[in-house]
Write a protein that binds this ligand. Structure first.
Ligand SMILES: Cc1cc2nc3c(=O)[nH]c(=O)nc-3n(C[C@H](O)[C@H](O)[C@H](O)COP(=O)(O)OP(=O)(O)OC[C@H]3O[C@@H](n4cnc5c(N)ncnc54)[C@H](O)[C@@H]3O)c2cc1C
Length: 288
């Protein structure tokens, strides 16, 4: 366990305060011990930090990083248990190397598998939850729980597991044999979509979800949000749904800018955009 860890270094946006207590356990059993020792404290979970904003200042309680939960165990040629901290880009590469398919749409999405499942990350109408057979998680009492496919639901950028007050520990996923040319083309198509993203500055990807039948980026652009700035945070002039850290942004700069953009779109169109980037909140308070 470490104290006073600067979370801005662990989040792709480069903002956020200092964790009072921080741990990166190596096994589910170690997560269990940490939760049991945390008695009454708020417990946060951090994956790859590519879709989360911690507030400025001290974050009281325990932040558990999944970065060392990073093994993959194959059951057979097609299915594997993958720990929550396994990096999604590494998983995509592992599958390509093994001539397996199913996750082509995730080409270029950063972060961990646990974070991806929690928000059903994806692109082009697909999300990682489509491939899940079961999930192993842990709750506020330190009890392990298994969720089978029928026990949870998911939709665009949403998974019901995110409301269960649990930490996802590992995910059993099933893939399929690749059709070499066809799946490679799909993979390259999704990868090429990334060319429009402003990757030259730190960001947390898209700020808002697309409202049904509409594009958040287009709405933001039409409402004049490009180049709006608060402190060191600015709305990209290439992709209006990306907020960039120009170097010295604080968390409150980013959240302030998010509010300005959201209000601008609401006042102009009547549409209240739903935030895609997560404001950090405790998964649970560890049981006494
Ligand atoms: C350049 C860029 C491009 C991106 N493109 C896309 C895209 O195309 N599609 C897309 O969907 N997303 C995209 N994202 C956003 C982000 O990469 C994904 O949402 C990603 O899946 C988040 O995973 P993470 O591990 O980084 O999660 P984090 O940012 O660490 O956490 C996100 C949320 O998940 C929770 N969480 C993390 N791990 C666990 C766990 N083990 N158990 C329970 N809860 C957990 C956190 O508490 C937090 O609420 C992009 C981001 C960037 C920076």
């Amino acid at each position: 366990m470490n104290t006073n860890i600067d979370l801005s270094q662990l989040c792709t946006l480069g903002v956020g305060g200092v964790a009072e207590s921080f741990a990166a356990p190596d096994s589910p059993e170690e997560v269990q011990q940490l939760i049991k020792a945390a008695k009454g404290s708020p417990v946060y979970v951090l994956g790859g930090g590519s879709n989360i904003i911690f507030p400025d200042g001290v974050i009281h309680g325990l932040v558990i990083s999944t970065r060392n939960l990073s093994t993959i165990t194959w059951h057979d040629d097609m299915s594997a248990d993958i720990q929550a901290g396994y990096k999604l880009p590494v998983l995509v590469k592992t599958l390509r190397d093994k001539n397996l398919a199913g996750l082509e749409f995730a080409a270029g999405i950063p972060g961990s598998l646990g974070g991806a499942v929690s928000g059903n990350a994806g692109a082009g109408g697909h999300g990682v939850c489509e491939l899940i057979e079961s999930v192993l998680a842990i709750d506020s009492s330190g009890s392990f729980r298994v969720y089978n496919q029928k026990d949870f639901s998911f939709e665009y950028r949403k998974c019901s597991l995110a409301c269960e007050n649990i930490i996802i520990l590992s995910v059993k996923m099933k893939f399929r044999e690749a059709k070499p040319e066809e799946d490679e083309n799909i993979y390259q198509k999704f990868l090429s979509l990334r060319k429009n993203q402003p990757l030259n500055f730190r960001s947390a990807g898209c700020t808002f979800k697309n409202p049904e039948g509409n594009s958040a980026g287009k709405l933001l652009d039409d409402c004049g949000c490009k180049n709006l700035r608060v402190g060191g945070a600015v709305v990209s002039d290439r992709h209006a749904n990306f907020i960039l850290n120009t170097g010295n942004a604080s968390s409150s700069d980013v959240t302030g800018l998010i509010k300005i953009c959201s209000d601008k779109v609401f006042n102009n169109t009547g549409i209240r955009l739903e935030q895609e980037i997560k404001n950090a909140s405790p998964c649970f308070f560890a049981l006494l």
